[in-house]
Ligand binder design. Structure first.
Ligand SMILES: [Mn+2]
Length: 424
């Protein structure tokens, strides 16, 4: 299904007067509000093809109905999100869960929804039905050369799919590691992984990048071969300029200072991009900003500061993606909430008075430095984000529209109550 532009316009018109009051109030004290709105309008967050169905845990899964059963339907869902918020204009495919049958048809479908193809993702963390050799004891790190070769070949295949679609990056997340002390020789595992990554790196087209995602634990619980940003950066530095470190917010040990990690990776020119989510205990994959919105703002504060320091383009020079799971919410509603949280944090980061903050830092005025950040964070910028959506042709209230126009009910009517999104 598609949402016609005039339905969004009608919905917006009914709310326009109230919005204008809120926007005028919010914009009153922001001298550069126009340039902030322009930056918001060009900022997009990719939606992964695996986030459109109901998630679950190893204990159970409770699907809500109307889930996309095909790649085409997943793109349709991202198209719905993008129509409503005008900030979800990209999809990130997971291979082999979402292999296009006909590239031209998929590309023109993407075009019709105004979607681009973000990074493509390989999968060597599970065995596929027709797979010859098992990844039970790892893939790129495996002691058996034939298994490493199979995993390398898979990644090269993923690059080929991405080239056809117009992607510009491969994301490699490895579950490789060990569950018990003694299981693995750490140095050998690192060397095998490096050699495998070198072969994948050699297959990258000239204008491509490879994103190396790290994770502290799970599914391996004693060691992860790409376990933290240090290990990822080691690989990325050894591989070359096209290799960068990808930060997933849920992949750190508790209380890690992610904003500091981001600042240093940016300083080194080695930050690939982000997988956004939120968590309380581990890799909870909760809605972005649901638990720690202040941390999200502090991360965006470093992102904007670091990107500006090296003259980077906020919208295009890093990969922005949501990587979350939706166990008890409608996936589309959850994604709308996540994108909204990201846009709010980005707006807050754009609002920080960097001159004053820098002066406070130079003079060690700790109180003023904290005041600058917290006063910014406590500023209500929701109407500014809504204004950017309005000007882009999106809805003033995406969630409200989704509910009022019974989008999920329509998807259930079209697709049925028991469709299951592939890949979960
Ligand atoms: Mn991730």
């Amino acid at each position: 299904m598609r949402i016609e532009k005039n339905r969004i316009a009608d919905y917006n018109n009914a709310q326009l007067a109230a919005h204008k009051r809120k926007f005028d109030f919010a914009a009153e004290n922001i001298s550069n509000v126009e340039s902030i709105i322009q930056q918001l309008m060009s900022f997009n967050v990719a939606i992964p093809s695996w986030a459109l169905g109901t998630g679950g845990t190893r204990f159970g899964r409770f699907p809500g109905g109307g889930e996309p059963g095909t790649l085409e339907q997943k793109m349709e869902d991202v198209g719905l999100l993008h129509a409503l918020n005008q900030s979800s204009g990209a999809i990130s495919l997971h291979i082999p869960w979402d292999i296009p049958k006909n590239y031209q048809e998929i590309k023109s479908l993407a075009n019709s929804f105004d979607l681009k193809f973000d990074a493509v993702n390989s999968n060597t963390f599970q065995d596929q039905k027709d797979q010859e050799l098992s990844y039970k004891f790892g893939s790129l790190q495996h002691t058996n050369k034939a298994i490493r070769k199979q995993a390398i070949q898979h990644n090269i295949e993923v690059i080929k799919h991405g080239v056809e679609l117009g992607s510009k990056a491969l994301t490699v997340w490895l579950s490789d590691g060990s569950c018990y002390p003694g299981q693995l020789n750490f140095r050998k595992a690192f060397q095998y992984t490096l050699e495998s990554l070198e072969e994948i790196y050699a297959a990258l087209p000239e204008d491509w990048k490879v994103f190396i995602e790290y994770k502290c634990s799970e599914p391996n619980f004693y060691s992860m071969t790409v376990g933290d940003w240090g290990q990822s950066l080691l690989f990325a530095n050894k591989l070359g300029t096209k290799a960068k470190t990808l930060v997933d917010l849920g992949h750190h040990l508790p209380n890690a200072n992610i904003e500091q990690i981001v600042a240093l990776l940016l300083m080194e020119g080695k930050l690939a991009g982000f997988h956004f989510n939120d968590s309380k205990y581990g890799d909870d994959d909760l809605t972005v900003g649901a638990m720690k919105p202040y941390q999200l703002f502090l991360i965006f504060n470093e992102l904007v500061d670091g990107m500006d320091a090296s003259g980077m383009n906020h919208a295009n020079d890093l990969g922005w993606m949501i990587d979350a799971s939706h166990n008890v919410k409608d996936p589309l509603e959850d994604l709308l909430q996540s994108v909204e949280a990201i846009m709010l944090s980005y707006t807050h980061a754009l609002l920080v008075d960097r001159q004053r903050l820098s002066e406070a830092q130079e003079s060690n005025d700790v109180v003023v430095a904290q005041e600058i950040l917290q006063n910014t964070f406590r500023t209500d910028v929701r109407a500014i984000v809504a204004e950017a959506r309005l000007r882009s042709g999106g809805s003033l209230n995406p969630l409200g529209f989704f509910r009022e126009h019974k989008i999920r009910e329509q998807l259930i009517a079209q697709r049925g109550k028991s469709t299951i999104a592939t890949g979960l």
